[in-house]
Design a binder for this molecule. Structure first.
Ligand SMILES: Nc1nc2c(ncn2[C@@H]2O[C@H](COP(=O)(O)OP(=O)(O)OP(=O)(O)O)[C@@H](O)[C@H]2O)c(=O)[nH]1
Ligand SMILES: [Mg+2]
Length: 333
């Protein structure tokens, strides 16, 4: 069975809402990148120039030079081994190799939660990347699953940050623990843990300030919050999610490296994929950092956050090709 058929099957099994969020959310990337690849395939046979153009398209989509080279090397090998001359035969192989780059062996992309009690998730990242919005969206997800959720307004620094989290709390219907502006974020988190224990909450989501004025300060502040959680909850925090804005491209990679130096990041959330034609950044991030992407943000609505799934991501990118799969029997190897 060709990889496209497999992808299509995965897609058919998914609910329509999930498929639609992925395909709509990635529409800018689809029309910028995948359309270009489609044109390239139509216009020339596979030779060195074909690969050069393909590399250019992928680098333009923020896949990252290093990752692109790795990818095209794999493709060249497949082309040679399978004696492929027609670009149409290469499409499913490209999709398959992209999926392989996105999924490391046996990697668990789900959130690591405490199965019998409170789970604490800490959100970190520079300002404006979408931490607070992501907290609102994840709160909604857990609420839908019937979990008891609590939010901690740990961004006491930015004006309006506490109120913004409260708006999300109201929207989703979950309580928010807060203190007055400029108070110690670690103290807010401490209060929130107390409250979570008292009320028997399942999930506590902690917001933090996005400032990154200097590394020493950031480290100090995050460490203090981390230590409070560690002290008050055994095994906590269960996840430290670094939120990155996909529209910032390669800069997101730099931020991730900085945060990895100061915090024990356990997973990534890549937001605003809907706002960029360079959605290839997911591939670069996944391939160049040793942290799993756990969620992707595909819009501003409460429901626009998806658990990251390599097959769904690649399937959404190549959705138009999958549609034509039925009458392209020649892609079968
Ligand atoms: N299109 C789109 N917009 C998003 C997404 N996630 C967040 N945003 C928007 O990005 C902007 C910033 O989001 P916030 O959640 O306030 O970001 P933050 O990291 O908490 O920012 P600070 O509190 O200033 O550190 C808001 O306008 C959000 O609506 C997404 O997945 N897609
Ligand atoms: Mg915020």
């Amino acid at each position: 069975m060709s990889f496209f058929k497999k992808l299509k099957e995965t897609f058919t099994k998914t609910t329509e809402a999930v498929t639609k969020t992925f395909t709509d959310g990635l529409s800018k990337t689809r029309s910028a990148v995948v359309d270009k690849i489609g044109q390239l395939i139509k216009s020339r046979k596979i030779d060195d120039e074909f690969f050069e153009e393909l590399e250019e398209i992928l680098i333009g989509a923020d896949v990252g030079v290093h990752t692109v080279m790795e990818l095209t090397e794999r493709l060249r090998k497949e082309v040679k081994e399978k004696k492929i001359t027609n670009g149409y035969e290469l499409q499913p192989i490209l999709a398959e190799q992209l999926t392989n780059l996105l999924r490391k062996d046996n990697e668990d992309l789900s959130l690591q939660l405490n199965p019998n009690g409170l789970s604490v998730i800490l959100f970190v990242g520079v300002n404006g990347v979408g931490k607070t919005t992501t907290i609102g969206k994840i709160a909604h997800k857990f609420k839908e699953e019937g979990k008891k959720v609590l939010l901690a307004a740990g961004d006491t620094f930015r004006a309006g940050a506490i109120e913004q989290l409260e708006v999300w709390g109201d929207r989703v219907g979950v309580p928010v623990v807060k203190k007055e502006a400029n108070s110690d974020p670690a103290a807010v988190v401490f209060d929130a843990i107390e409250e979570a224990k008292k009320t028997g909450a399942d999930i506590l989501l902690c917001d933090t300030a996005g400032r990154l004025q200097n590394k020493a300060n950031l480290m100090q502040e995050l460490n203090k919050i981390y230590r409070v959680i560690e002290r008050e909850i055994s095994d906590g925090p269960h996840e430290v999610l670094l939120v990155l804005d996909a529209t910032t491209g390669q800069n997101a990679l730099v931020q991730a490296k900085t945060f990895q130096e100061v915090a024990k990041v356990s997973g990534l959330v890549l937001t605003k994929l809907d706002g960029t034609a360079k959605g290839g950044i997911v591939v670069a991030i996944r391939n160049e950092l040793n942290i799993p992407v756990k969620f992707v943000g595909l819009g501003e609505k409460m429901t626009d956050l998806m658990a990251f799934d390599p097959e769904k991501y690649v399937g959404a990118l190549f959705a138009d090709f999958l549609d034509g799969e039925d009458d392209q029997e020649y892609v079968e190897g």
